[in-house]
Design a protein around this ligand. Structure first.
Ligand SMILES: [Zn+2]
Length: 329
């Protein structure tokens, strides 16, 4: 690594932080349905327009001690987190892909992942416009074969455009089917319709083959994210048998990873099935009636609180899986 690389690295990090600041504006304006260009930045609480020195990424948050200079309202920790995260991801994209078009496209993908995940975590909404932009970028990326990224085998049929379009359709269809089955079985939206567009856009970026890895990875991440909620529920219900079954399953899974022999695979299967049955038992029995009551206005939204499982947004898991794929592949 030369001095020039270090200077460029610092420049890219700072650029990332500044773009992160812009992404915060994109997120805020999308959620509040305002234009990105107008009006000028203002405090979301007291609406006072900000001075330029209130708008310096990270530094302003530190010297204002996380509070609005006018009304003392707390500034969301989201702002410095998004700024730092964007800077960091831009830097590692540069370290991985160097002085190539891949770096440019990767940082564009990353920026959209950050916007999509943040709106989804904050208010459980995904804006289709962000997915459309991601899909177009993905198609352009594959059309021009910029995907020598991943050591050059992201496409099939010798035509990357086809892989990209197939990926778009496959990603969207699989999530659509998943949503349909969930609705048929549980009469509730297990994931939002916005996720269909996100998965389709990711399919356009990664192609039909790799979108399968990303969907599988996203489900794994979602399950991991669900575990703390699951355990909290079990402890609340004093259901220690399920916890013990879960621990046994995990131990079998770890042992099985090292020695693949028939008895352990059988033990893993049996403990896995028992665990599945337990998990299904923890789901509220009256989910179907509860949803009907909600629709008729006979139940309150908080009655649904026990179904936290269905309230975890799926967009961030999709974006995380994509991120891991880009950097670990
Ligand atoms: Zn204020």
């Amino acid at each position: 690594m030369t001095i020039l690389d270090i200077v460029v690295g610092i420049f890219i990090f700072v650029t990332g932080v500044c773009i992160g600041s812009f992404l915060n504006v994109v997120i805020l304006r999308a959620l509040s349905n305002e234009s990105i260009i107008f009006p000028p930045s203002k405090c979301p609480k007291c609406q006072t327009p900000l001075k330029w020195w209130h708008n310096i990424p990270i530094l302003s948050f530190i010297f204002l001690k996380g509070k609005c200079a006018f009304c003392n309202e707390k500034i969301s920790i989201q702002y410095p987190i998004v700024e730092l995260l964007t800077g960091y991801l831009y830097l590692i994209a540069f370290l991985k892909f160097g002085y190539t078009f891949n770096t440019l496209f990767t940082v564009a993908f990353l920026s959209l992942f950050i916007v999509i995940s943040t709106t989804d975590i904050k208010e459980h909404v995904a804006f289709n416009i962000h997915s459309y932009i991601l899909a177009i970028l993905g198609i352009v990326y594959n059309f021009f074969n910029i995907g020598t990224l991943y050591q050059g085998h992201i496409w099939i049929f010798n035509t990357s455009l086809i892989a990209s379009v197939l990926g778009l359709l496959l990603g969207a269809c699989l999530i659509g089917i998943y949503m349909g089955i969930g609705y048929l079985l549980l009469k509730t939206m297990i994931i939002g319709p916005g996720d269909i567009f996100i998965a389709g856009a990711l399919g356009a970026c990664f192609g039909w083959k790799y979108i399968l890895f990303i969907l599988a990875g996203a489900v794994a991440i979602q399950v991991l994210a669900f575990l703390p909620i699951f355990f909290r529920k079990l402890i609340k219900k004093k259901d220690f048998i399920t916890i013990i079954e879960f621990v046994i399953f995990t131990i079998f899974a770890i042992i099985n990873y090292f020695i693949h022999n028939i008895p352990f695979i059988l033990a893993l299967t049996v403990s896995g099935l028992l665990l599945c049955k337990r998990i299904i038992d923890t789901l509220p029995e009256n989910l179907v009636e509860l949803n009907a009551a909600l629709l008729n206005g006979e139940a309150e939204e908080q009655d649904l609180e026990q179904n936290e499982l269905f309230h975890l947004p799926f967009g961030p898991a999709l974006c995380c899986a994509s991120l891991l794929f880009i950097f670990l592949h």
